[in-house]
Every structure is written in C-alpha cells, then in structure tokens.
Ligand binder design. Structure first.
Ligand SMILES: Cc1cc2nc3c(=O)[nH]c(=O)nc-3n(C[C@H](O)[C@H](O)[C@H](O)COP(=O)(O)OP(=O)(O)OC[C@H]3O[C@@H](n4cnc5c(N)ncnc54)[C@H](O)[C@@H]3O)c2cc1C
Length: 401
C-alpha cells in the first residue's frame, strides 16, 4: 500500500477533529470517520486552560472560540461551611501565556469550529461510519466500518483511534485500559440562580466530607449564562431517582438554600473513571484523547489533556507520514503523553477529588491550611497556577525523550 495513503481518524469528537485539522495543515491526507450522523451536542467538558487556547490559536480557531465563552480570571476553593478558602488569581501567570484565565464554553461549541476549519482545508468527515475492526501490516491499515449501505473497508497509512472512552479501536489494538472507576455517580444540574451575588467565582470547588460540589458558569445560549453545579451521588441509588425533580431540588437546597424552588434547565448523570491505556500505539494504529486516558472532571483536565495529546501526535505523525522522520517518533508521542497523563492528569485529578471529599477532620484542616499558605505567598501561588493551568504538564511532556 502507498505509505502516503490517508490517515484514518476514527471519531469526530474534539480530539479526532483536532488531529484532522493539525494533519491537514501539514498537507497530510486525512479523513475522519464518525458513527453519528452529525456532531454530537451533548453536555460535557467546558473549562479550557491557557495552553489549550494557545494550541487552538495555532490552528486558526482560537479567536473564534474565544468570542463564544467566558474568561474566568479567578477561581476558588471553598469549604461548604467555611466559604472561600483560597481564590486563585490567574493574572499572576500573565508573563507565561497570552491567555491568563480559564475559558468557559461548552465543548459542543468547539467541535463545529474544528469541523469548519477541517472543511476549509479540504477535509472530509464520513458520517454514520461505525468502526468495527482493522488489520495492519508494515505498509498500512485496512479498517472496516458499518455504514447505512453495508460494510465498507477503508485503506489508510495510519489509523488514529479518537473514538472516546469506550474506544473500539483500543479493543481492536488489544490494549488494556488500566485504572479504576469511582464509586459515585456524578449529577450535573444547570440552574437558573445567579451564584455571583453569593460570592462564587465562575469556577469554584466546594469541599465537604459528604456534600462536596463543583461550580462552572457556562455561556449556555448566551448572556446571562447558566451556572452548572456538580454533585456526587450514591451509585446504588437508581439513576431515575437521582434525576427526579425532588431529588435534584433537595441537593440544590442543601448546597445553597434559596427561598424559592430552583429552576433546573438541564440535569444529567455520569460515572467517572481514572484509566490510562497500557500503550497508545500498536504499529500503525494509535490512540488519542479519551480513547487513551480518562479522568474525573475536578481540575478540568480531561478534554484539555485530550487536545494536548492530539497536538503532540500531529507534530510527530506529520513528519513520519511524509517520510521525514522515523516511525520511532510515534513512540515518543506515546512516552510524552503517557508521562504527562500519569504524572500530572491522573495524579492531580485524584488529589483534587480527595481534597474536596476528605472526611478526616484533622487531615482536612491541614490540607486547607496548606492551600491558604500556598495562596498567601506570591511565588507559591504562581507555582500552583502553573501546574493547575496545565502549563507544567505540557512543558514536562516535551522534556521526555
Ligand atoms: C458525560 C460526560 C461528561 C463529561 N464532563 C466533563 C467535564 O465536566 N470536564 C472535563 O474536563 N471532561 C468531561 N468529560 C470528558 C470530556 O468530555 C472528554 O475528555 C472529551 O470529550 C474527549 O474528547 P475525545 O474527542 O477524545 O472523545 P469524545 O468527545 O468522546 O469523541 C469520540 C467520538 O468518537 C465517536 N465514536 C465512538 N465510537 C465510534 C466508532 N466505533 N466509530 C466511529 N466513531 C465513533 C463518538 O460518536 C464521538 O463523536 C465528560 C465526558 C462525558 C462522557
């Protein structure tokens, strides 16, 4: 097979589309295969870190994206009873990034921009193509898709599995997804109450031994936006019960009492996992995004990490595809992004959750005290932001040979 045959990208989510745009910008032939008939519009991630905004800028979608959401220059860690424990000020990293803020915008508003960019570069998305399996040899990959017209076999030089946490590509590569699943089910509610008068910044994490929560203000359909509140719920309680109006109302009144019922614009639940694929490469097949790693949402590392991986991969795959770099460059992608994910994303997202839910009063007081001291000192405050804004993990990955 012609080694310049197109790269097959399985999955038209943010990671797959970012890979497609990144490769197309290097004049690499690439096509995307997505099982859905159009871009999914489900509510998922929505908090973007500075390095991600810089990367999106690099492929020409950053400015359009920035017009759609909220800049969040400060965020809090709170105690349910104590109120604000620390308020982080991202202006302290203004010398390190042109985007010294978190950026809030629904994930489903980014993917149309990536798709549009891909199309302007001549790219094609094959909708209603469900990846089934693939065979590969030294020259290329033959992938089979179920389509409305029957089974189709597609030949490519490489195949990138960007098909999400339940990745069929990962199964086809026979790669383990190592890690664990948290016992709780997360409940997310979009509410009609403005939390700013109660002192909340647009992003806040509220610690409590039982009823911890996380807050994100999202643009929704436009001003004034919508506050999203995330709670843990007992996975033993049936999902229908968790989503029942009285259950959600009780959770919200318990979080922040209000003298009238909350209006709930949307509610959903999901289970959360901490898992990393044992390898991101088998020959000409590669994994990226949630197909390669998943984590809890506390710290907003999931989608950001998926995009950091996508941009790292295209840096290596473009030159390999053109014959300008050896295939071993792809192993560097694997080493760099596995290190960034395991050392930072997994470790920090687990620590973030443990901090919020700590039950031992002595440990809780000690940890919250450490945070206060970190925030009170300008140098350690800045160092904390360098890590929590994912600047460190992107830098760390580049240092891995
Ligand atoms: C319910 C939910 C809530 C989340 N909330 C948060 C959050 O609050 N904060 C956070 O940081 N992260 C969150 N995440 C994670 C975040 O959304 C992901 O990290 C991000 O979507 C990863 O992008 P991706 O492109 O790798 O995968 P996805 O966005 O999952 O995209 C995968 C794509 O592949 C397609 N696909 C799947 N199987 C096939 C197949 N066999 N053939 C062809 N196409 C296929 C899918 O239709 C989809 O379009 C959430 C995830 C979920 C599921």
């Amino acid at each position: 097979m012609n080694s310049r045959a197109p790269v097959i990208v399985v999955g038209g989510g943010p990671a797959g589309l970012a890979v497609a745009v990144g490769l197309a910008l290097q004049d690499v032939a690439v096509a995307v295969y997505e099982v859905e008939p159009r871009l999914p519009r489900d509510l998922r991630a929505g908090s973007f870190h500075p390095p991600t905004l810089e990367m999106l800028d690099g492929i020409g979608v950053g400015q359009d994206f920035l017009a759609l959401g909220y800049r969040v220059p400060r965020w809090q860690i709170r105690g349910r009873r104590e109120g604000v424990i620390v308020e982080w000020d991202l202006s302290l990293i203004a010398d390190l990034t042109p985007y010294p803020f978190r950026f809030h915008c629904e994930q489903f508003k980014l993917t149309p921009l990536l798709l549009k960019r891909f199309k302007t570069l001549g790219g094609t998305v094959h909708w209603q193509h469900r990846f089934l399996d693939a065979m590969q040899d030294g020259d290329g990959v033959a992938a089979r898709f179920a389509t409305p017209d029957g089974i189709e076999t597609v030949y490519g030089s490489y195949l990138v599995g960007a098909d999400g946490g339940r990745s069929t590509v990962r199964h086809a590569m026979n790669v383990a997804f190592e890690g664990f699943t948290w016992p709780e089910r997360f409940l997310v509610a979009g509410i009609d109450r403005d939390l700013a008068p109660a002192g909340f910044t647009m992003n806040a994490y509220v610690s409590d031994p039982v009823d911890w929560s996380a807050i994100f203000k999202m643009p929704h359909d436009g001003p004034p936006g919508l506050w999203r509140v995330l709670f843990p719920t007992d996975a033993e309680v049936p999902e229908e019960q968790v989503l029942a109006a009285d259950f959600v109302e009780r959770a919200l009144q318990n979080f922040l009492p209000w003298d009238r019922p909350y209006g709930v614009e949307h509610k959903s639940t999901y289970r959360v996992h901490q898992r990393v694929a044992s390898d991101f490469r088998r020959g000409r097949m590669l994994l990226v995004g949630d197909a390669a790693h998943v984590n809890n949402p506390l710290g907003a590392f999931g989608l950001n990490g998926a995009l950091h991986g996508a941009f790292n991969l295209v840096e290596k795959l473009g030159p390999v595809w053109r014959g300008e770099a050896p295939e071993t460059a792809l192993d560097r992608y694997v080493r760099q992004r596995r290190a960034a994910n395991i050392e930072f994303v997994q470790a920090q997202s687990i620590r973030n959750k443990e901090l919020l839910q700590e039950r031992d009063p002595a440990i809780r007081i000690r940890r919250l005290g450490e945070l206060r001291r970190t925030a009170a000192d300008r140098a350690s405050h800045k160092a904390y932001l360098v890590k929590s804004s994912m600047i460190w993990s992107v830098q760390r990955a580049t240092e891995v040979e």
